[in-house]
Write a protein that binds this ligand. Structure first.
Ligand code: CU
Length: 233
């Protein structure tokens, strides 16, 4: 999703930065993709691909591995799960055309995509070197009720990333390595939805900042900068 580690800045959650997301576009550690969401509650399709070759740029080494990909905020429809490499798949992908993807094969007329009663999941295994095509209806700018099934992620997560949905590999160190991104949907509707909860969100973040800014609370006394030893996911 981006060749950089995934480090969450809990002191500046996306949910409280919605009006300055545009200013983040130039930051090298972030990839931000924006689609016009004026068609309310339209279906969003996401292709998640796994590399079949080992990129070496930047001195990083990857190895093929399957990834249990998990999306918050929605169940998604699983339209395709394949062990073929997306860019070598002439059924769905663009064999021989590299990454010059157009959407002409990504529609329900393509019988390789299961649009008729597709499996509904919140996790799907992305096969090593393969790909998945998932779809969700962009109808959830976020509520506490809908977020409650993932309380395992803790009160802080509940308070600070609600309404901004994370999609990530559920193997924690893969997420930490960068296999994670956030989805902001119905951005213009979020302020109204969270109007009542915003004071609570701000209060939770204020408490976090007060706690985090006190080095006594850091587990590694000699190296407090190492406090967050994973992504937080
Ligand atoms: Cu993984």
């Amino acid at each position: 999703m981006h060749i950089a580690p995934f480090r969450v800045n809990f002191s500046d959650p996306t949910l409280l930065a919605l009006d300055r997301l545009d200013q983040l576009v130039d930051q090298p550690h972030l990839d931000i993709v924006t689609y016009n969401d004026t068609v309310d509650e339209s279906w969003v399709w996401i292709i998640i691909t796994a590399p079949d070759k080992v990129p070496t740029s930047g001195g990083k080494t990857f190895f093929p591995a399957a990834h249990p990909m998990h999306l918050h905020g929605h169940d998604f429809a699983l339209l395709r799960q394949s062990g073929k490499n997306f860019y070598d798949d002439d059924e769905i992908g663009h064999k021989g055309e590299g990454r010059n993807l157009t959407a002409d094969k990504l529609n329900c007329k393509n019988e390789m995509l299961k649009c008729d009663n597709p499996p509904r999941r919140d996790v799907v295994l992305l096969p090593a070197t393969g790909y998945v095509v998932i779809a969700f209806k962009a109808d959830n700018p976020g509520t506490f009720t809908l977020f409650s099934p993932v309380l395992l992620h803790g009160l802080l997560a509940k308070s600070c990333i609600i309404g901004v949905w994370i999609i990530h590999c559920h193997i924690a160190f893969h997420a930490s390595s960068g296999l994670a991104m956030q989805i902001v949907e119905n951005k213009d509707r979020i302020p109204e939805v969270m109007k009542e909860d915003k004071p609570k969100i701000k209060e939770a973040c204020r408490k976090w900042n007060a706690w985090y800014n006190n080095p006594v609370n850091h587990w590694d006394w000699d190296h407090p900068e190492h406090f967050q030893d994973d992504s937080g996911v």
